[in-house]
Design a protein around this ligand. Structure first.
Ligand code: NAP
Length: 259
């Protein structure tokens, strides 16, 4: 289907996992894509793959969302025909470490808070300005079940996802008199590179997170994002929580033990 022909979609963190799946889903709907992430070689790979799916424009730019000046530069350097962003998917995010607060590393906290909270705010500020001027647009944040209930040793990551929920709800109030929609899509366990990043490349530990359960795939989340983005203009999908069937919330996960 080509439900998003001529629409421009900006996705942060499009080199991996959920962001990359969202890029594929939006490409297959004919949207023009603006893709940000830090790893330029992976952005090139994604662009080459997506070119086969769509005739829409695909524009990639390295961007570190934790650096406000960098965000301002890359947004102001967008090609003229892609400056009017219709849909912003604030997806880039991470967790670093899984320790009690007393044992946590402040450098891990800084990168987690800078990315998930400040980075999301920086991109939102730069893009929502134009949406407000045009009285049109849709902001879709990728939150988490970690923004609904906390889990042991996840204090800082959970705090950032509670913040995403607070920012989403505030933005929706601020924009209530406009035609701009604000959505949060909040997944539970999704198998991506997320746990590898969290455990600093310890792939065995990362794999264990998803052992004994069928986790969500990045496509499951992209499907929910696309659903929210393709409702009629008078409908706002405010919040979607999706988990694997055997996950009730952040803490209650039923895992089948291997014999
Ligand atoms: P992922 O596979 O590790 O992807 C994370 C993406 O974020 C990468 O493309 C990465 O690209 C980008 N990124 C990280 N820091 C960035 C920065 N400073 N500037 C720009 N881009 C940055 O993880 P994922 O699971 O798809 O995570 C996507 C979102 O889903 C995150 O917000 C995460 O909190 C949320 N989420 C994940 C799960 C899960 O179980 N996986 C559950 C709930 C919510 P570069 O490294 O190239 O910059």
């Amino acid at each position: 289907m080509n439900r998003l022909n001529n629409k421009t979609v900006l996705i942060t963190g499009a080199t991996s996992g959920i962001g990359k799946s969202c890029a594929r889903y939006f490409a297959s709907e004919g949207a023009n894509l603006v893709l940000f992430a830090r790893r330029e070689h992976l952005l090139d790979e994604v662009k080459n793959e997506l070119k086969k799916l769509t005739e829409g424009d695909i524009y990639t730019s390295p961007c570190d969302i934790t650096n406000y000046k960098n965000v301002q530069q890359v947004v102001s350097a967008l090609p003229e025909q892609l400056k009017k962003v219709d849909i912003l998917v604030n997806n880039a995010g991470l967790a670093k470490g899984l320790e009690p607060i007393a044992d946590g590393l402040p450098e891990n906290w800084d990168v987690t808070i800078d990315t998930n909270v400040k980075g999301l705010l920086y991109v939102t500020k730069e893009i929502v300005k134009g949406m407000t001027e045009r009285n049109s647009g849709h902001v879709i944040n990728i939150g988490s079940t970690a923004g609904h209930d906390v889990y042991p040793n996840g204090g800082v990551y959970c705090a950032t996802k509670y913040a995403v929920k607070a920012i989403t709800q505030t933005l929706r109030i601020e924009l209530v008199a406009t035609s701009i929609r604000v959505t949060t899509i909040d997944p539970g366990l999704v198998e991506t590179n997320f746990s590898n990043v969290r455990f600093n490349g310890d792939s065995e530990r990362a794999k264990n997170v998803y052992k004994g359960i069928t986790p969500l795939t990045p496509d499951d989340v992209a499907d929910a994002v696309l659903y929210a983005a393709t409702r009629p203009p008078h409908v706002s999908i405010n919040e979607v929580i999706l988990t694997p069937v055997n996950q009730a919330n952040s803490n209650f996960v039923h895992k089948v033990k291997a014999d």
